[in-house]
Design a protein around this ligand. Structure first.
Ligand code: AMP
Ligand code: GLY
Length: 438
């Protein structure tokens, strides 16, 4: 099978790795630019958000399946263009991707489908914002209605901070903001594949959204993840498929915008029951890194089945009983203003540790020219290619072992072998409060 993978961050490196690991003869074409991904397929340079260009590329290379990793190309209509060209595509249409692109649309669909989520108001004016903040009280949850690359949500006890974030969202043309009830309880990510009607869940994972240990600091795209969750109530996956994913997928069909791809269910396990915190329309990052690490069934045929409406006939998925932990190493300044271009060393040493591999999320190869003086003091006399950081989240250091605790130890041993100036990471990935064990 010929697959074209769109996107070139950490999630796509994990997808590429899992596709190749589980289908060694796969003919994989990838979006150039990530050294980890480039090594796994044939790199092509293209704009992932240009629907015409992506569909033309897929035709030119006789691709059987296009897999779209990030949300931006989906929202731009890449899946629509690929399907219009008669090629199977894993990823929802632009209309169905609104489940992620608009928080208020997601709330509407959840309400129509009777899916339990936080009560919410969509506000278009500062007066409405004031009323909503007063109605719910602290902690305040304020969400930009539009896509904001993981930075649109502010959860705070401080009313001024909540109000200021709401105002900045409203200040944009057609700006709207969703203000919702605070959900108290551990969060779980469950990825559900759908071909439009059938739902196949993957294994649950937990992400660490905040920058600092103990859930402190600002929200980020995610600083680490682990799977399985030994404390998770049995039956949770079945409950989420039955009460969340299937009703949503059915409602999308009824609306005339069937959802084909991955419905990411971000859940809070509150004392009042399971509630949806958010939907995303693509694999989560960095949860994908641990979920796919445990997948034993071939991934590419699974995504093809979802893309072609044949999930119902697909064999049951096989999962490793092993645990996986991934620790994100981020650039200085992340999630604010970044310092990039720092040389990264130690990945090879890290990967000598049993069960460890390093996913590239924000790196590139840079060729440094020789010192023009030829002194050899600073840069040597020959050009040299070095790996440098480019993005906020730079590396996802991933480890497998028989238990989460052992995988966690391996991951941190690997992290300690890797160096780049300004690197920072959480030290509590793969741990959870004692209260969850009861
Ligand atoms: P979202 O982009 O909607 O997933 O929000 C990002 C993060 O903000 C979530 O993973 C939660 O940690 C937090 N969050 C979002 N909504 C709520 C809520 N209603 N109550 C508590 N925390 C929330
Ligand atoms: N890890 C959270 C996300 O992918 O949105």
């Amino acid at each position: 099978m010929k697959v074209l993978l769109v996107g070139n961050g950490g999630r796509e490196h994990a997808l590429a790795r899992a596709m190749v690991r589980t289908s060694p003869n796969l003919d994989l074409y990838v979006q150039a630019g990530n050294p980890g991904i480039d090594a796994l397929g044939q790199p092509i340079t293209f704009d992932p958000c240009d629907p015409k260009h992506v569909s033309a590329l897929a035709q030119e290379h006789s691709i059987d399946l296009v897999v779209v990793g990030p949300e931006a190309p989906l929202v731009a209509g890449v899946a629509d263009a690929v399907r219009a060209a008669g090629i199977a595509c894993f990823g929802p249409s632009k209309a169905a991707a609104a489940l992620e692109a608009s928080k208020s649309f997601a709330k509407t669909v959840m309400n129509e489908a009777a899916v339990a989520t936080a009560r919410a108001y969509t506000c278009a004016s500062e007066t409405e914002v004031e009323a909503a903040l007063d109605n719910f009280g602290a902690p305040y949850v304020v969400k930009d209605d539009a896509l904001a690359a993981g930075k649109g949500v502010v959860v705070t006890d401080d009313r001024h901070t909540a109000y200021a974030h709401a105002s900045s969202c409203l200040a944009r043309p057609d700006g709207r903001v969703v203000i919702e009830e605070y959900l108290d309880g551990p969060e779980v990510s469950l990825f559900c594949l759908s071909d439009g009607t059938t739902v196949v869940p993957l294994v649950p994972a937990q992400d660490y959204k905040r920058l600092l240990d103990g859930g402190q600091g600002p929200n980020t795209g995610g600083m680490g993840a682990y799977s399985p969750l030994p404390w998770l109530p049995s039956g949770l996956v079945d409950e989420v498929v039955r009460e969340v994913a299937l009703p949503t997928i059915t409602r999308m069909v009824e609306r005339g915008t069937p959802f084909i791809g991955l419905l990411y269910c971000g859940l809070a396990l509150t004392s009042a029951g399971t509630r949806v915190v958010e939907f995303n329309v693509r694999f989560g990052d960095p949860e994908t890194q641990v979920v796919l690490e445990r997948l034993e069934s071939p991934l590419a045929p699974l995504l093809y089945a979802a893309a072609t409406g044949t999930l119902i006939d697909h064999p049951k998925l096989e999962w490793s009983k092993e645990a996986a932990v991934t620790v994100v190493m981020a650039s200085a300044g992340y999630p604010g203003t970044l310092r990039t271009g720092e040389t990264i060393t130690g990945i090879e040493t890290a990967e000598t540790i049993d069960g460890v591999h390093v996913i590239h999320a924000g790196t590139r190869l840079r060729t440094d020219e020789p010192d023009p003086q030829g002194s050899g003091n600073c840069c040597g006399t020959e050009s040299e290619t070095v790996l440098v950081n480019t993005g906020g989240r730079v590396l996802d250091v991933t480890a497998r072992a028989t238990t989460v605790e052992e995988a966690r130890k391996r991951a941190y041993r690997a992290v300690n072998a890797i160096r780049f100036d300004g690197a920072h990471y959480r030290t509590d990935i793969g741990t959870w409060p004692d209260s969850l064990n009861s």
